[in-house]
Design a protein around this ligand. Structure first.
Ligand code: A3P
Length: 315
């Protein structure tokens, strides 16, 4: 591909380190991986959405892996083998291999995927490919509270750095960055509010889901997601019982994290191979307390309250 003057300018944006294992740059008020910037822009202009597409959108470390597993096993439950079948795709592949990211996959031909396609993205709402809005495809957004998201992220990037023989990211400096909005695909609040406003403007096209609600009522939230995707659990499935329950069980933290593919397997990414087990740490709500002080928690709560003021959103 020919390198344009704009590409040169983008390649020369100042890099920021410390919020992940890889440098980010500030592009249109969002922090994106420097090495993925050109690909993000290319995706934005060239990706062709279909009206039947369903996108799973999130900030990293918000429950993306879990949502992918739940949505995939619901949407395709008719052609898929029985959940207990050892050939069920989730038993042999990591959810990220099954539901690809549109802005990251380079070696996958997304255009050859049959409809309805289940795809994913970490892109902020205003950087989504224009064809998504034009095509009328649906988006399920999962949001997680910022304290657990930050802590999950800090551990994740440090596991990758540790594997590469690098020093861990200093906690306090990284936390200050997060509070200042510097995080992968961040600022956190802009990303969340972008999708929140989109869901309020058109709830038939954008469904807003909270990780904490999924933890509290996984079956209820699964039914909401399935209904939104256009594959509600039928009366017959409800009467027969156990279909939604079976999906929740297969996709639960214990079940997924103990599968051999998720203990031993690796995920090829544009950066390097990530171990699948990095996507399963402990899960749950409130784990931030084991890393952040109460004062740090309060600080993040105050920022969140002021950023979400007037939006009708609370996390
Ligand atoms: P923790 O680091 O707090 O444990 P993502 O999938 O967006 O990368 O998010 C990863 C977070 O989701 C991690 O949180 C991970 O443990 C948690 N997670 C992964 N699978 C899960 C599941 N099946 N149920 C609940 N949480 C899950």
């Amino acid at each position: 591909m020919e390198q344009t003057q704009e590409d040169d300018q983008l390649s020369n944006l100042p890099t920021i380190t410390g919020c992940s294992a890889f440098p980010v740059v500030l592009y249109k008020a969002h922090y994106l991986f420097k090495d993925s910037l050109l690909r993000v822009l290319s995706t934005r202009h060239h990706f062709q959405a279909r009206p039947t597409d369903i996108f799973l959108a999130s900030l990293p470390k918000s429950g993306t892996t879990w949502l992918k597993a739940l949505a995939f096993s619901s949407l395709y439950r008719t052609p898929l083998p029985d959940l207990s079948d050892l050939r069920h795709p989730l038993r042999v592949s990591n959810p990220h291999d099954i539901v690809p990211f549109i802005e990251i996959e380079s070696n996958l031909d997304l255009s050859s995927m049959p409809s309805p396609r289940l795809l994913s993205t970490h892109l902020p709402f205003d950087l989504l490919p224009t064809s998504i809005a034009d095509s009328g495809s649906k988006i399920v957004y999962v949001c997680r509270n910022p304290k657990d998201t930050f802590v999950s992220s800090w551990h994740f990037w440090n596991r990758i750095r540790e594997k590469a023989g690098e020093e861990p990211i200093p906690l306090e400096a990284s936390f200050d960055q997060f509070c200042d909005g510097v995080s992968v695909m961040g600022p956190y609040w802009n990303h969340v509010v972008g999708y929140w406003n989109a869901s309020r403007a058109n709830d038939a096209k954008v469904l807003f889901v909270k990780y904490e609600d999924m933890i509290a009522d996984p079956i209820g939230e699964l039914k909401r997601v399935a209904g939104f995707m256009g594959c509600p659990f039928t009366e017959e499935e409800e009467e027969r019982g156990g279909v939604a329950e079976g999906i929740v069980k297969l996709c639960g933290f214990e079940s997924l994290s103990n599968l051999e593919v998720n203990r031993e397997g690796v995920l090829e990414t544009m950066f390097e191979d990530f171990e699948n087990k990095f996507y399963f740490r402990r899960g749950g709500v409130g784990g931030w307390r084991s890393l952040l002080s109460l004062e740090m928690g309060r600080r993040l709560d105050e920022i969140t309250a002021s950023k979400f003021a007037g939006t009708g959103l609370s996390v």
